[in-house]
Design a binder for this molecule. Structure first.
Ligand SMILES: Cc1ncc(COP(=O)(O)O)c(C=O)c1O
Length: 407
């Protein structure tokens, strides 16, 4: 008898993450001895700062290795409340915080908790690859809001207004943004808030995971701090990016108790509380001071230096359009003027996917096609790598572009 290998319609509706796929492909090539420059992953190249790592090690030594409460320890939730008050101007009590195994889990749980089948999740494009797929996992429909490179990929409030329907349940704001590095100015967020306020069903999920990786004069505004928005905003944040803690898997959701408790109910039947060790490390991370103190600002300075180098280098390239990122560690470049070009022994470059395959093949540089983020004109370069690595990547890309024959 043959086994029925069919899968659920839910899983069939979801696309696997292209960033993960390309990162895995580049890692496999590197393991096989091919000197690939890996600029695909959304992961800082720094080690977790020592004080944070030591807190984790001490947690193990001291036997702090058991289940914690489902929502996270009171210690870490209290520290998060203090951070939200001091840095973000948002007041929360510990029962309005849910700590999870990474912000990714926080976002999926939030969508599952508030969306009914057929509801719409409004996603400004370009978007982080997971938002639309998470909406589908929650039986909701992603609705895209296109933005333009000439407008720094910031959403136009009029376009937002035109997309809101009775089914709109959640608007996603990701600032600083993955993949564009755009930062929403406070004034624009206020205009968005005015529109959102007219729609009682519409909640906002504010993904603030890159808040500390921001370059002056840009500043971060938390959506929940705007007048009237606290009641309808689910703020998501985590430790992966600013504190270089991707492998520790720790993120959190803050919001009105009713919604946070619903997410907690899902988590209680799903993963239970996050790692006890990571929670101790997170307390140490929050203990570094305002915005992570000097430890984080040293890493941000390095990211900024790399951003400046890449913006200058690609700015010198003919036919490449750039919106200078104000935060995060990604550059989202428009290479569409090269589409239609022919590469000897490779074939036609007909979009971001083939251009990225070409860069991997000819320049040994792994970057992610923009179509994974909802914009085929662009490619995403993660600059969470050392300057010499980035210099080698730019050289390789420039050389590969030179041998393209424009039609
Ligand atoms: C915009 C955005 N949100 C959330 C996450 C999830 O981070 P984590 O699950 O590591 O906390 C990422 C990671 O790439 C991200 O880029």
């Amino acid at each position: 008898m043959e086994v029925d290998i069919s899968l659920s319609p839910r899983v069939n509706s979801v696309k696997p993450s292209k960033t993960v796929a390309i990162t895995d492909q580049a890692t496999a090539l590197a393991l096989a001895g091919v000197p690939v420059i890996r600029l695909a992953a959304g992961e800082p190249d720094f080690d977790t700062p020592t004080v944070i790592a030591e807190a984790g090690i001490n947690a193990i030594r001291e036997g702090y290795t058991r289940y914690t409460p489902n929502a996270g320890t009171l210690e870490v939730r209290s520290a998060i409340c203090q951070k939200l008050k001091e840095e973000n101007g948002i007041s929360h009590t510990p029962d309005e915080i849910l700590v999870s195994n990474g912000a990714k889990q926080s976002i999926l749980q939030a969508m599952i908790a508030v969306c009914s089948p057929g509801d719409e999740v409004i996603v400004p494009a370009p978007f982080w690859v997971s938002y639309p797929e998470m909406a589908r996992l929650a039986d909701a429909t992603p609705v895209y809001l296109p933005t333009k490179i000439s407008e720094n990929f910031l959403l136009d409030p009029k376009v937002l207004e035109s997309k809101i329907t009775d089914k709109s349940r959640m608007l996603i704001i990701c600032s600083p943004s993955n993949p564009t590095g755009s930062v929403y100015p406070k004034k624009l967020l206020e205009e968005i808030a005015e529109i959102v306020a007219k729609h009682p069903r519409l909640l906002v999920l504010s993904d603030e995971i890159y808040e500390h990786i921001i370059y002056a004069p840009a500043t971060h505004t938390s959506f929940a701090s705007l007048p009237g928005m606290w009641e309808r905003t689910l703020t998501v944040n985590g430790f992966s990016k600013a504190f270089a803690m991707t492998g520790w898997r720790l993120g959190y959701l803050a919001g009105p108790k009713h919604f946070v408790a619903a997410c907690g109910k899902i988590q209680s039947q799903f993963t239970s509380g996050a790692s006890s060790i990571a929670q101790k490390a997170a307390v140490a991370a929050l203990g570094l001071g305002y915005a992570g103190g000097e430890t984080v600002s040293t890493m941000v300075k390095a990211f900024q230096e790399r951003r400046d180098y890449l913006v200058k280098s690609f700015g010198e390239l003919e036919g490449v359009k750039i919106s200078e990122p104000q935060g995060a560690f990604y550059l989202f470049l428009d290479f569409s003027s090269y589409y239609g070009a022919e590469a000897e022994g490779f074939g036609m470059i007909n979009g971001s996917d083939s251009l990225c395959r070409y860069f991997l093949d000819r320049a040994l540089v792994a970057v992610v096609p923009g179509d994974a983020f909802g914009d085929d004109t662009c490619i995403r370069i993660s600059y969470a790598s050392s300057l010499p690595t980035l210099q080698a990547a730019v050289e390789g890309i420039k050389k590969a572009l030179l041998s393209l024959k424009l039609k």
